[in-house]
Design a protein around this ligand. Structure first.
Ligand code: ATP
Length: 356
C-alpha cells in the first residue's frame, strides 16, 4: 500500500487537491494493484491561527514515513506571504532536501496558447529549478527597522555541491528526452560571483555529457526566446528565483496557470518527494468552486511516475488529454463554464470508461 501524505493547505489548494484525491481513488479502483492510502494533514493558515505555526516542528520527520506528499498551496490574505511560504512549503522542501524542482510544460490537446501560430508540438519543455539554495537560501537580515537608515539584505547562496547536483540532474533529464538539448539560464554578466561559478560548473559537467547539446541564455533574453521562438527550447536549468519566474511565464504560454504541475524531488530517494500544482492560493477565486484542478491531476501523474506506477500514470495523463481535447467540460480559465466538482466527475467518468 502506498502511503500518501495529503496537505491541501489553503485557498484553492484545498479545492484542487480534494478533487485530485477523488480522481486518484477512482483510478486505484480500475488499475490492478494500485493500492493507495491517503492521510490528510490540516496544516496551513487555519493551523497557524490556532497554533502560531503553519505545521508542527516534528512534522517534517513525520512525513519521512510516507511514499510521497501531495500538496495544494499555502497562503491567505490576512497572513504575510513569507510566513505561510517559509512555514510550510519551503520548510518541507528544505527539511526533506527536495533539491530538484521539475516542471514539465506542454501545450495539451485542445488548449490554445496566447502566442500566435503555435502548434501543440511547439511547446514541450522541461524546466529544472534549483530548489534548495540560490536566491531563496533564507540567509540575510534586517536592521534599523523603523528608522531612516532601515536596511535589509538577502544573500544568494551557491555551493559547489548544490550547483553540481542540480546541473547533473538536468543533464540526466535532457539526455532522457529525444532532442537532448539543455539550456543553462544565467545572469553572469551582472551577478559576478555565484553566477560565474554556476556557468563554470555547467561547462565542467558538460564534458561528461557530450551527447547532450547545450546553450546558455541570460535570464532576460530567455523570456524573449520563450515568447518569440518557443520551438527552439527543450530542457532548461535555472536558479531558484530565475526558474520561479520563467515557469510562471511558461505556464501561461501553455494555456493557464491552472494546468501546470511540479515535482519537488529528492532524486537520491532518501526522502519522499512532493507533488503540487504550481499555482498558489488564488485569493480572487478561492471558495467559488471554479478552480481549475488540471494542475493537481498532472501533479498526480508525476507522483505516480515517481512511485514507478507507469501504467496508472499513463492512464491518468490520457484522461487529462481527453478532457482538454473533447472541450465538453472545461474550467473558466480555459474558456469553459464548469465547476471544479463537474470537472472531477468528468475525469472520473473518463477514467472509469463511462465517457469514452
Ligand atoms: P502565489 O502563491 O504564487 O503568490 P497567487 O495566489 O498570488 O500565488 P497564482 O496562484 O500565481 O496567484 O495565480 C495567479 C492568478 O491566476 C490567480 O489569482 C487566479 O486568477 C489564476 N489562477 C491560478 N491558478 C488557477 C487555477 N487553478 N484555476 C483558475 N485560475 C487560476
Amino acid at each position: 500500500m502506498y502511503k500518501i501524505a495529503v496537505i491541501p493547505g489553503d485557498g484553492i489548494g484545498t479545492e484542487v487537491i480534494n478533487s485530485g484525491v477523488e480522481v486518484l481513488q477512482a483510478l486505484s479502483k480500475i488499475v490492478p494493484n494500485l493500492p493507495i492510502g491517503f492521510n490528510h494533514f490540516d496544516w496551513g493558515a487555519k493551523y497557524y491561527k490556532e497554533n502560531g505555526v503553519m505545521m508542527p516542528d516534528e512534522g517534517v520527520d513525520e512525513l519521512k514515513d510516507y511514499n510521497a506528499i501531495y500538496f495544494g498551496s499555502a497562503g491567505v490574505p490576512d497572513i504575510p506571504d513569507h510566513i505561510t511560504l517559509w512555514g510550510l512549503r519551503l520548510k518541507i522542501c528544505q527539511g526533506l532536501d527536495q533539491y530538484a524542482n521539475l516542471r514539465p510544460v506542454k501545450l495539451l490537446p485542445g488548449i490554445s496558447s496566447p502566442l500566435k501560430n503555435v502548434e501543440e508540438k511547439d511547446i514541450d519543455w522541461s524546466f529544472i529549478r534549483e530548489n534548495s539554495e540560490g536566491e531563496y537560501s533564507g540567509i540575510g537580515g534586517r536592521s534599523h527597522r523603523g528608522y531612516s537608515n532601515d536596511t535589509a539584505m538577502d544573500i544568494t547562496l551557491f555551493t559547489k555541491q548544490g550547483v553540481e547536483r542540480i546541473q547533473k540532474f538536468a543533464f540526466e533529464i535532457a539526455r532522457s528526452r529525444p532532442r537532448k538539448l539543455l539550456t543553462l539560464v544565467t545572469k553572469s554578466n551582472a551577478q559576478k560571483h555565484g553566477m560565474i561559478m554556476w556557468d563554470e560548473i555547467f561547462k565542467e559537467i558538460s564534458e561528461d555529457y557530450r551527447d547532450v547539446n547545450t546553450d546558455k541564455m541570460l535570464v532576460d533574453a530567455m523570456t524573449t526566446r520563450m515568447v518569440l521562438d518557443p520551438k527552439s527550447i527543450d530542457t532548461v536549468v535555472a536558479s531558484n528565483l530565475h526558474a520561479d519566474i520563467l515557469t510562471d511565464l511558461a505556464a501561461s504560454l501553455s494555456g493557464s496557470m491552472g494546468i501546470a504541475p511540479t515535482a519537488n524531488l529528492d532524486p537520491d530517494k532518501r526522502h519522499p518527494s512532493m507533488f503540487e500544482p504550481i499555482h498558489g492560493s488564488a485569493f480572487d477565486i478561492m471558495g467559488k468552486g471554479i478552480a481549475n484542478p488540471i494542475g493537481s491531476y498532472w501533479s498526480a501523474v508525476m507522483m505516480l511516475e515517481n512511485l514507478g506506477e507507469l501504467q496508472a500514470a499513463q492512464k491518468l495523463m490520457f484522461a487529462i488529454e481527453k478532457l482538454t481535447k473533447d472541450k465538453k467540460v472545461l474550467p473558466k480559465d480555459l474558456g469553459g463554464t464548469n465547476t471544479t466538482k463537474q470537472i472531477t466527475k468528468a475525469m472520473i467518468d473518463i477514467i472509469s470508461g463511462k465517457n469514452n
